[in-house]
Every structure is written in C-alpha cells, then in structure tokens.
Design a protein around this ligand. Structure first.
Ligand SMILES: NC(=O)c1ccc[n+]([C@@H]2O[C@H](COP(=O)([O-])OP(=O)(O)OC[C@H]3O[C@@H](n4cnc5c(N)ncnc54)[C@H](OP(=O)(O)O)[C@@H]3O)[C@@H](O)[C@H]2O)c1
Length: 251
C-alpha cells in the first residue's frame, strides 16, 4: 500500500490515534503534514516520521480557528503543491449532562472541534482533492451510533453529525472523483479520557465490548490507510467500525 508521492494531512497528529496514523503513512513513503497545537509533541512525531526517511511538515494549528485551518491547507500547497488525502482525526471528549448543567457549557467546544472543524477543512481541501482525485477519512466513533452514557451526549451528537456529514460529502464529491469515508473505533488506548479531565480508566471500558478488549491506535491506523489507498477505490460514504464488538454488546 505505497503512498509514494502522495501528500497526506493528518489533524490531531500530535498524540494518540493521529500520531500513529501519521507514522503509518510515513512508513508507506507519504509526504505527511502533521497538525495539532502542542508543538513539543508534534516535533516528536515529526522526528519519528523522519527516522523513517519520510518527508514530514509540521503545521501548528487549532482546527477550531478558521484562519488557522485555512493556513493548514495553504501551507500544504506551499510546501508540496498538492493534497491527496485529508485525515480529519482531531477530536476531544468532554462530559456534561442536561441535568447537571454541564452539557451547555461543553457543547460548543465539542461541536466546534469534532464537527465544525471537519466541515471547514473539508470545504477548504475540496478543490485540491478534486484535482488529485484524492480522498478523505474522518475519524468518527461508535458514539455516533450508540449513546453509552448521558455524560457523553455532546460527544455522541458531534460524531452522529460527523457520520451524516461524511455521507453528504461523499454524495457531493463522488461525481468529482473524490471519496469520503469514516472509521468508527470503540475504546482505544489513548489519552483522550485524561485530556478530557475525566478519571475513568479507559482500559476498564473493555467490559463494554463483546471481545473484552480495547484497541491499540495501530488498529485504527491500519483501516485508515486501507480506506485512503486505491484498494478502496470503490468505497465511499462508508463508515468502517472497529469496536471490539461494542455495538453488538448487550450489558
Ligand atoms: N480513544 C478512543 O477511545 C476513541 C474512540 C473513538 C473515537 N476516537 C476519536 O479518535 C480521534 C483521536 O482521538 P485520540 O483518542 O487519539 O485522542 P488524544 O490522544 O486525546 O489525541 C487527540 C488529538 O487531537 C488533537 N486536537 C484536539 N483538539 C484540537 C484542536 N482544537 N486543534 C488541533 N488539534 C486538536 C490533539 O492535539 P493537540 O493537543 O496538540 O492540539 C491530539 O493530537 C478523535 O476524533 C476521537 O474522537 C477515539
């Protein structure tokens, strides 16, 4: 699955799933643009890509800031002159319910990060992807299908919106030769719970899965590379679930 001469933008590439996706594309000889806010972590990921002899470019950006999102695409064009794959991975988890009054407080932050930024980046990237007949992979979640806990209603709402946006984008861009798909993981071993300020041990969420395990970021990255590759040339508007059986699990 070589991505030689392909230019790939990965948002949220400073940590977790996005960092692994960036390194996997680097292994397959892609030119990788890694995006996030934490420059120290972005530098570490860039060094890991460069150790693989990959061409890697860091763009520090908050994807919720439209000017900074614009700069991601502009920098990519300036540096590499084209865009083949956009991976919209940046995302956050926050907790807050209707009755504890927290939902309204976190709603804008969650929706702006997990959904609006994808709408903005997709719109900015579309003309460039049409030129290369490229594709987009959005990182959604099984939370877009199932509300596991009312603590995460905002997150679930953002991912449900992302699933529909993926399908709408695929419908609009299909005639232009651009594919758009999503991957929906169940629980994955990353820092998302900790950075969201929660005390949950994500490892314990294995008890909500049929297989009794949680995934490594690598498992998500493998699917992303498949969907971004020509092997998936007939796949668009699809949502690939890799959840250890979360959606079939009955507590
Ligand atoms: N881990 C799971 O169990 C799980 C399950 C299903 C779906 N997902 C999805 O997978 C994606 C990655 O999550 P993860 O688990 O890898 O989380 P993570 O380890 O917390 O990493 C999140 C990444 O998103 C970036 N990010 C967050 N807000 C951003 C912003 N405003 N602008 C730019 N970058 C931003 C962070 O970078 P900076 O801090 O440097 O900005 C970081 O690189 C998310 O969309 C998440 O919803 C995760």
């Amino acid at each position: 699955m070589s991505f030689k001469n392909k230019v790939v933008v990965v948002t949220g590439a400073s940590a977790g799933i996005g960092a692994t996706i960036a390194v996997e594309f680097a292994k397959e000889s892609a030119k990788v643009v890694i995006v996030g806010r934490n420059q120290v972590k972005l530098k570490e990921v860039a060094e890991n890509c460069k150790k693989l002899n990959a061409d890697c470019h860091v763009v520090k950006a908050d994807v919720t800031n439209e000017n900074e999102a614009k700069n991601v695409i502009e920098e990519t064009m300036k540096k590499y002159g084209k865009l083949d794959v956009l991976v919209n991975n940046a995302g956050i988890l926050r907790e807050g319910t209707i009755l504890d009054g927290g939902l309204v407080k976190i709603y804008d932050e969650v929706m702006n990060t997990n959904l609006k930024s994808v709408v903005v980046l997709t719109s900015l990237a579309a003309p460039h992807l049409i030129k290369t007949k490229g594709n987009i992979v959005n990182i959604s979640s099984v939370a877009g299908t199932r509300v596991g806990s009312p603590r995460f209603t905002a997150y679930c709402t953002s991912k449900a919106g992302l699933d529909i946006f993926t399908r709408g984008s695929a419908l609009e861009m299909g005639p232009h030769g651009v594919r758009v798909n999503s991957v929906s993981p169940g629980p994955v071993k990353t820092e998302i719970v900790r950075t969201g300020g929660m005390n949950d041990d994500i490892g314990e969420w294995k008890s909500f899965t049929a297989l009794g395990r949680i995934s490594e970021p690598q498992e998500v990255a493998d699917l992303v590379l498949y969907l971004a590759s020509d092997k998936a040339k007939g796949i668009t508007g699809s949502n690939f679930v890799c959840d250890n059986g979360t959606l079939v699990f009955k507590p």
